[in-house]
Design a binder for this molecule. Structure first.
Ligand SMILES: [Zn+2]
Length: 232
């Protein structure tokens, strides 16, 4: 898969990372949820480029719990989720968990999407590299060639919802964000964490743009004591 020049489709509707998180703070505040009573968990790729989102989260909520594996699919199981959610700062009442799940994509200096010029390198490289590797291999022969657990998980997720990959990296990245949201929401339902704390799930695409990182939000819900997710 090669970078394309269709960055506009993802950039439309995206906002700078800081603006996205400030808006989240405001919306959570509207539900009576303060930053000091909230634990953030990040289901994001392991790529160092994603550290920009973690840094901006840290400034507002404190250190986040790391949930995601390659591509951003949750890499932990039931015990890991229970561990993460047991860290919610309840302060004697109902605290809150905010789970932010993103796929991610790069924009090269020439505006092409699906690649990033990284610090200290003189050529662009695929971003998300794991997602592009899975998609390229899927087109090649239909068999999963990876013996890496996280790549196998990513392969299965993409295979199950595309039946053989996408030709557009931006469409594929949005599809992956949907799978991340699905896996996070499934885990949240399994833990029934809303019995102890409010839980918000916010999903989207993290865009590494030469002019600054941006977030395209796709979904956001909050679940209170009644266990029913509603739009956040
Ligand atoms: Zn990645």
């Amino acid at each position: 898969m090669s970078p394309t020049s269709s960055a506009g489709r993802l950039l439309d509707g995206s906002v700078p990372v800081e603006e996205h998180l400030d808006a989240l703070l405001d919306r959570l505040g509207g539900h009576g949820i303060s930053a000091e009573h909230t634990l953030v968990a990040l289901s994001t790729c392991r790529d160092e480029l994603v550290a920009e989102l973690a840094r901006a989260v840290d400034v507002r909520w404190g250190h986040p719990f790391t949930v995601g594996g390659l591509g951003g699919i949750p890499a932990i199981g039931h015990t890991g989720w229970r561990t993460a959610l047991s860290h919610v700062p309840a302060h004697g009442g109902r605290g809150a968990a905010l789970v932010i799940g993103t796929s991610h994509i790069g924009v090269a200096p020439d505006g092409s999407i699906g690649a990033t010029l990284r610090v200290g390198q003189d050529q662009v490289s695929a971003t998300c590299g794991a997602l592009v590797a899975v998609n390229d291999a899927m087109h090649a022969d239909g068999e999963c060639p990876f013996d890496d657990h996280e790549m196998q998980v990513l392969w299965s997720e993409i295979q199950s919802c595309t039946g053989g990959g996408h030709s557009d990296i931006d469409e594929l990245t949005v599809t992956l964000a949907g799978r991340i949201d699905h896996e996070v929401s499934t885990a949240i339902r399994a833990t029934r964490v809303w019995e102890d704390c409010d839980v918000a799930v916010v999903s989207g695409v993290h865009i590494h743009h030469p002019d600054g990182d941006r977030i395209l939000q796709l979904t956001s819900t909050i679940t209170g004591a009644d266990g029913r997710p509603t739009p956040l």
